[in-house]
Design a protein around this ligand. Structure first.
Ligand SMILES: [Zn+2]
Length: 85
């Protein structure tokens, strides 16, 4: 799990597959091979405490980023629940 301070936007990510599963698992799916910076990823689903960042080309889930995302440049979305905790 990445967070606002972990520098995930400047890290390079690869759309290689279901990262939380072992590649030998039957539910493992392969990604499209896209490679790029976290800041180029698109927002996927929002969960209670994090957002899924997905591949801009095939929308495969690449990394989860913990809230808040505020002040992180390209990601300006503020999760509604944050601040009311
Ligand atoms: Zn992809």
């Amino acid at each position: 799990m990445e967070n606002v301070d972990s520098g995930w936007e400047k890290k390079e990510w690869v759309c290689e597959g279901t990262y939380w599963l072992d590649p030998t698992s039957p539910s493992y799916e392969k990604g499209c091979g896209w490679k790029g910076l976290g800041s180029e990823c698109r927002h996927g689903d929002y969960c209670d405490s994090f957002v899924e960042m997905v591949c801009p080309s095939c929308e495969f889930r690449i990394v989860d980023v913990e809230f808040p995302l505020v002040g992180s440049g390209t990601v300006t979305y503020t999760w509604g629940k944050y601040g009311s905790k």
